[in-house]
Design a protein around this ligand. Structure first.
Ligand SMILES: [Zn+2]
Length: 299
């Protein structure tokens, strides 16, 4: 049965603006949850200028705010899919984290892992892919910061070593997009051992005369800074990325001094000779391609 349309009554001498006047023969719609929003698409808020942009528009712009140029954090999978023009394969998926120490802090480590896996849809904090960037084949890995702060456990070590070995076997360069809080305390000494392991892997790349380029994205700290992230042939950084070993607050408490901005930011590190170049995300792919072509004598 069709509901009976209640005809709006047009009063004589009505002064309501024409756009708000009821249309004869059309029943006004009833919204049980209030008026429908024009934007049903998921949005992201820029942490810097607070402008709200749709997720699609943000992804299209490589997660750089179109209003203020702030570089938002990119998920590891988004990062690698954006970096490669063609992905050939994903490596290291067979390595999944275990709980070697039976570690329990405020909650058991396996529970923490399960939660991180569910939240990020990834099995560990490092992703490795091999594919083509332009016409150049490369191996690249990216840290997923949302997976327990991108911390380096044994599986991150396994995957990084596998990435380096694959690069050597295929005679291709290795690119690393670093973003990490450091070692994973839930794996204790085993986590710290990954510093030596990954450092040895970068040394093997050097002996094979293959370029290893590190891109420091916001933030990189602790054991990752102290190992694989600072052992590249070239260190690029994204604007305003924070990179250090200990955090600013810890240093302030130790040296009893107030450290001013931009302490530990990419701009500060460039001035002090820690990194080679700050590259805007939109120019990053092109810069890496040119560097690799130069270093490997490619046309
Ligand atoms: Zn912004």
């Amino acid at each position: 049965m069709t509901p009976k349309i209640k005809q709006p009554v047009l009063e004589k001498g009505d002064v309501t603006p024409w756009i708000e006047r009821p249309v004869p023969g059309v029943a006004p719609r009833d919204y049980p949850q209030g008026p429908m929003s024009l934007h049903t698409e998921p949005t992201l808020e820029c942490p810097e200028c607070h402008s709200v942009v749709t997720r699609t528009a943000m992804a299209f712009n490589a997660y750089v705010c179109p209003q203020c140029d702030e570089h938002l954090r990119m998920k590891a999978r988004d990062r690698l899919n954006w970096f490669f023009d063609q992905v050939e394969c994903e490596l290291g998926q067979e390595f999944t984290p275990k709980d070697p120490l039976g570690f329990v802090d405020s909650q058991p480590y396996p529970e923490r892992l399960a939660k991180a896996q569910k939240q990020t849809n990834e099995t560990e904090a490092l992703l490795v892919m091999q594919g083509l960037v332009g016409a150049i084949p490369m191996v690249a890995c990216a840290f997923e910061f949302d997976f327990m702060g991108g911390s380096m456990g044994s599986v991150v070590g396994d995957r990084f070593v596998l990435a380096a070995e694959t690069a050597i076997n295929l005679q291709q360069p290795l690119i690393c997009f670093a973003a990490s809080g450091g070692a994973r305390m839930q794996e204790g000494m085993i986590s710290l051992m990954q510093m030596a392991r990954t450092a040895a892997a970068t040394e093997r790349l050097k002996q094979a005369r293959l370029p290893y380029i590190v891109v420091l994205t916001h933030p990189v700290y602790g054991g990752v800074t102290a190992s694989l992230a600072m052992l590249g042939d070239i260190h690029l950084a994204e604007p305003k990325a924070m990179v250090g070993f200990a955090g600013k607050r810890v240093i302030e408490q130790t040296v009893r001094e107030v450290l001013q901005e931009p302490f530990q930011r990419a701009e500060f590190l460039l001035e002090h000779g820690v990194i080679d170049q700050i590259v805007h995300r939109h120019a990053l792919k092109d810069t890496i391609q040119r560097l690799v072509a130069k270093l490997m004598n490619l046309p």
